[in-house]
Design a protein around this ligand. Structure first.
Ligand code: KIV
Length: 258
């Protein structure tokens, strides 16, 4: 049972690797649960993967609430984490609390927000008000227009030192988990060793406590657009296209229905 944050804390203490995958709908949530995945992330990546946008910026809190409720009621075993979308938390800790409350009421057990040092005060405010937070640092896709693309982070010694400082400050502020995206493996491993909370990596090497990937990338449903650090475990696009073409051929050929 990986449903509780305590189970994740225990796994870290016991050096057991944990797994997380994105889920936006009931079918994928149930498949991931059946596969024994430890946590489901209703990520704002749904703006790109589900809605076809070029980035995650258009995702609304209402959309996150909708998908969170669907996933949360579909499963009983995995931990359910939901993203705060761009524009729903940056203004003030009070704005962040109101948005988190909506995602928790929708069924999330922990809420993820993007940002380093500027979010420390907000994380502290939320953690004192019964909101479990996962802080997301490194490549933070909501900052893509400021960064100028989906670029790896923490490459210079100064940038790496800043990320380490941010991670320690966020953990001190009460974050229950830390997600690190597209940063050097050695840095992610160093941060993992220095914080007591579970770390989750994506494109951050093997040294984090858990790994997360986007389900559609894992299943090969995003050929040509999956990030290089992801791994495809199924040629889903070819298999599904072939099955659909088969259906169309049988209908056109009078084979189905009989
Ligand atoms: O939105 C998302 O799916 C994410 C993962 C890529 C970590 O934040």
């Amino acid at each position: 049972m990986s449903r509780t944050l305590n189970a994740w804390d225990k796994a870290k203490r016991e050096s057991r690797k944990m797994t997380m995958i994105t889920a936006y709908d009931v079918t994928s949530a149930r498949l991931a649960e059946a596969a024994g995945i430890d946590a489901l992330l209703i990520g704002d990546s749904l703006g790109m993967v589900f809605a076809g946008d070029p980035d995650t910026l258009r995702v609304s809190l209402e959309q996150m609430e909708y998908h969170t409720a669907i996933v949360a009621k579909a499963v009983t075993k995995p931990l359910v984490m939901a993203d705060l979308p761009f524009g729903s938390f940056e203004d003030s800790p009070a704005q962040a609390f109101a948005s988190c409350a909506r995602l928790l009421k929708a069924g999330a057990q922990i809420v993820k927000l993007e940002g380093g040092a500027p979010m420390v005060e907000t994380v502290s405010f939320l953690s004192q008000r019964a909101v479990p937070i996962c802080a997301h640092i490194g490549l933070t896709p909501q900052h893509v227009r400021q960064i100028g693309g989906f670029k790896r982070q923490g490459k210079t010694p100064e940038a790496a030192a800043q990320l380490l400082e941010d991670a320690l400050a966020l953990a001190d502020a009460g974050a229950r988990m830390l997600l690190m995206e597209a940063i050097p493996a050695e840095l992610a491993a160093e941060i993992t060793a220095k914080v007591a909370i579970p770390t989750i990596g994506i494109g951050a090497g093997p040294g984090t406590d858990a790994q997360v990937l986007v389900l559609h990338d894992v299943l090969g449903l995003t050929p040509g657009s999956a990030p290089s650090f992801s791994k495809t475990y199924l040629d889903g696009a070819s298999l599904i296209t072939a099955a659909l073409a088969n259906f169309a051929d049988e209908v056109r050929g009078g084979i189905f229905p009989t």
